[in-house]
Design a protein around this ligand. Sequence first.
Ligand SMILES: Cc1ncc(COP(=O)(O)O)c(C=O)c1O
Length: 387
Amino acid sequence: MVTYNFDRVPNRRIPGVLNKWTWYPKDVLPLWVADMDFPAPKPILDDLRKAVNQGVLGYELASTALLETVAAHMDRLYSWKVKPEWIVPVTGIVSGFNVAARAFGSQKKGYLVQPPVYNEFHEIKNHIGIPQLDAPFVKQVKGNILHYEVDWDLFKKQAKKVSMFLLCSPHNPLGIIFSRRDLAQMAEICLENNVLIVADEIHSELLLDEKKFTPMAKLSKEIANNTITLIAPSKTFNVPGLFCGFAIIPNKELRDKYVKVVQDLKLHVASLGLHAAQVAFSGQCDEWLKEMRCYLTGNRDFLVDYVTKNMPAVRITIPDATYLAWLDFTQLNLENPFEFFFEKAKVALSDGAIFGEKGHVRLNFGTSRNILKQALNRMEKAFHSIN
Ligand SMILES: Cc1ncc(COP(=O)(O)O)c(C=O)c1O
């Protein structure tokens, strides 16, 4: 039954507000930063309204009830038995992995990432001053469809030189849901080399085609003891501006060190973020999420079909998760596709270079089908003006 209308998106061009829609001039369609154009589910909005109507927006801490809700959510989704005391509230997932890098990073040994990957993963070396080591995926192409696999030899080689592996699962921008086998193999290599796993699982509930997800820490007790899992309601329920996330750390020694950095930096989650998380993880938004995933799956299919039919020379991923697609122009005569589409099509995408791969763009399809269609029409026209 379709109850929610994701075809209707609110106007976000609000004067005096700087966001995805007002960052660029008015004639530009924004398919860049990773928030969606859909309103958050009603139970969250009602709860926030209630808090605002009550009038006092005072300091709040994560209550036992909230931590229990987060733990119950993990049990409901994955039968993962998380104890509430393992959960550390954080002011978002970027803060969450930067805290881990401060607590556990070493100047001698660096941290490992799998490019092309979320731009903030590349910034840690600048913030914390620890070296970044890369284990890029191997790209495979079938027709115009892109597929990426782990390069295991390289992963093993690089794991020997680091103290921390920052996993993006599901993967931004490639939309990969790693198989249990791949996760287990990554974990085994990390355990062999005494490498801490920090699993950014912020996109774990944005699953397309009713795909299933396994948290890294769910694989075994040994892996859970060596893993910091970062989750948040922000991407799933489209409340990223409320900056609230959770680090799940079963290992007490790791948790104590992590909490010390959170406290030293005074990372205090805003009260409304805690409110939203309580409602988001309570189960009240499940129907909304189910329909939203269905809508996103339709957008993904529309996008891949459109590119394949109308711009077959352009290579594209078929993401299994997230609302992000990855487009490859390296085989074409288009040196900077981000600038090209911005100038010629007035569509703002994300430049692949910030993820570690030039000649690519990331496209955010978390919007109405109509906006997506308009953007693709503009891109196609611009593309055919030169190809
Ligand atoms: C993989 C990943 N981690 C973290 C974030 C941002 O997290 P936060 O806004 O909670 O810091 C994003 C946003 O795009 C992301 O894609």
